[in-house]
Design a protein around this ligand. Structure first.
Ligand code: GLC
Ligand code: CA
Length: 554
């Protein structure tokens, strides 16, 4: 494993959809163990697994009931230990997903709170309603509806920023903070090499007031004590081992806060995910609408974060995909004729940036959005809630379905496409139980087995990009300079480090484009591209083919 996280790449696994070894239709930990050689072949250093702890699975494991035990649907503690061990033998470290903003209402702490135990009631935010009996504030849950749930026997409400079965933890309470530190230490002792902290910038609440011009997020996003809490968690747990890598998932965050969260010497986290670049097909913060992606905005946001985080010695996680996002090839690329070229182009942009790249299962073979045509095929609580909200607003079922098809988190959650058999090799063809969520019918064309054999595949292109970061310091450590920022077709930038330079050029669209502002390529060699030849005219402009991407180095 590369100990320098700036040279590393992380592979994300959503175990439920990865590989099912016992034919119950659910992916499991033994499935991850069996596929370790595949992951190793890609060349990644860390494997981030989304939660597999005991959970009622209302939010697929992000509703944790017991952080010290494994949900039997995923496997056993022995499986986890074997996985850590087997990954370690192959030079890869495990990164576990810690959900500390909330717990499942099935968690012992919440159950005791509901029995009236005041010690545990103080683990949560129980509050009286307004004088008229309505909820304490008008805050909206991230999954739709009120963020407060009424409990009759206390005549109080508890806060849940996510599903009603995900109760927010009261971080003001030092007993909560100590419990959380103990969980991190427990998993460190098992040999885990990294942690991803779920919506960690929401843990400090500024106070409970109505939000007169928003959904409430300004009262709990990057809250007043957030840096104090992260520094404490760092010094009391993972910070004791300098080899541990951490990434914080930062919801609606500001860059100024991220300088602190992910600064080189701030004593908080190694790096941060932010999502501003993945809202360019939203209307403001409103996701459940159909809006074409704004390419200029996408570039402006990515470049702004790249340059300023660099100036502040802070580190980004760079990515297009995860288990909460639609598939990038469907979103910003082309599922059709230029599927392969566009998937490679998008990979090139992210993997040459300054930051640690994350590859989400199936991205490396160009998996696309679902082909679901009926709302009953969707599983995600957020999608189902918002479908109903759209209908309640008077939208037709077909219009609402179209929005869900485009934005649903289930787009990233259909089973990994291993081969062209009935269930894409995710579960055995003779399984009595179908996969928990439908397999995309395009697995006959898009699958890992075919791509491993084809040297020109998307998989092998990712492999090259991941390897390049290891041997070229300019990718890992260089500064970044955007090129021709306002160009409406081209995404281009330069990386610079100790006399070495790299130029990355990408045509973001499916039409030929003559790029006249080509930088001087004198002395550069072509390192990688998704076409054999890149055409340069006598005047020095580049004729970029559909979704062409090319990387030069000197
Ligand atoms: C994060 C997770 C998402 C989950 C939410 C609540 O955003 O990535 O899957 O639903 O937090 O835990
Ligand atoms: Ca299984």
């Amino acid at each position: 494993m590369n100990k320098d996280f700036r040279k590393s790449t992380v592979y994300q696994i959503y175990p439920k959809s990865f590989y099912d070894t016992n034919k119950d239709g659910l992916g499991d930990l033994r499935g991850v163990i069996e596929k370790l050689d595949y992951i190793k072949e890609l060349g990644v250093d860390y494997i981030w697994l989304t939660p597999f702890f005991v959970s009622p699975q209302n939010d697929n494991g992000y509703d944790v009931e017991d952080y010290y035990n494994i949900d039997p649907r995923y496997g056993t503690m022995a499986d986890v230990e074997e996985l850590i061990d087997e990954a370690g033998k192959r030079g890869m470290g495990l990164m576990f997903d810690m959900v500390f903003n909330h717990v499942s209402t099935n968690h012992e702490w919440f159950k005791k709170a509901m029995q009236g135990d005041s010690y545990y009631k103080d683990f949560f935010y129980f509050r009286k309603g307004k004088p008229d009996g309505s909820a304490p504030t008008n805050w909206v849950s991230k999954f739709g509806g009120s963020a407060w749930e009424y409990v009759e026997k206390f005549d109080e409400y508890y806060l849940h920023l996510f599903d009603v079965t995900q109760a927010d933890l009261n971080w003001e309470n030092e007993n909560v903070r100590r419990e959380v530190q103990n969980i991190v230490k427990f998993w460190m002792n098992k040999g885990v090499k990294g942690f991803r902290f779920d919506v960690i910038n929401l843990i400090s609440k500024a106070g409970f007031e109505d939000d007169t011009d928003g959904d409430g997020r300004k009262f709990y996003t990057d809250g007043p004590k957030i840096h104090q809490y992260l520094k404490e968690l760092n010094s009391m747990s993972f910070g004791k081992d300098p080899q541990i890598v951490t990434v914080g998932e930062m919801s609606s965050t500001t860059m100024e806060n991220c300088y602190q969260y992910a600064g080189r010497d701030t004593g908080e986290l190694s790096m941060v995910f932010n999502f501003h670049h993945l809202k360019v097909d939203f209307m403001g913060n409103e996701k459940w609408v159909l809006v074409p992606a704004d390419f200029q905005k996408l570039k402006d946001i990515i470049f702004d974060w790249q340059v300023k985080m660099g100036e502040h010695n802070a580190w980004n996680a760079v990515f297009w995909c995860n288990h909460d996002q639609p598939r990038v090839v469907s979103r910003f690329g082309d599922e059709g004729k230029n599927w392969k070229e566009s998937a490679k182009m998008l990979a090139t942009i992210v993997h040459c940036l300054r930051g640690t790249p994350y590859v989400y299962q199936g991205e490396e073979i160009g998996m696309t959005n679902t082909d679901f045509t009926d709302i009953h095929q969707f599983r995600d609580v957020e999608s189902l809630n918002n479908y109903q909200i759209l209908l309640d607003k008077g939208m037709s079922a077909s219009d609402a379905l179209r929005i869900i098809q485009v934005h649903s988190r289930d787009n990233g959650r259909t089973p990994m496409q291993w081969d062209n058999t009935k269930y894409a090799g995710f579960t055995s063809e003779d399984s009595e139980v179908k996969p928990w969520i439908g397999v995309n019918s395009n697995h006959t064309k898009i699958n890992a087995e075919d791509q491993l054999k084809d040297k020109d595949s998307i998989f092998h292109y990712y492999r090259k990009l991941i390897a390049m970061r290891k041997y070229l310091d300019v990718i890992a450590y260089g500064d970044i300079e955007p090129l021709d920022e306002k160009n409406s077709s081209v995404f281009a930038y330069r990386r610079i480090y100790e006399g070495h330079e790299m130029i990355v050029v990408a045509n973001f669209y499916g039409k030929d484009f003559e790029w006249k502002h080509t930088p001087s390529l004198e002395g550069f060699e072509k390192l990688l591209g998704n076409y054999d030849e890149t055409e340069i005219t006598a005047e020095g402009s580049m004729i970029l083919k559909p979704y062409e991407a090319v990387v030069y180095y000197r």
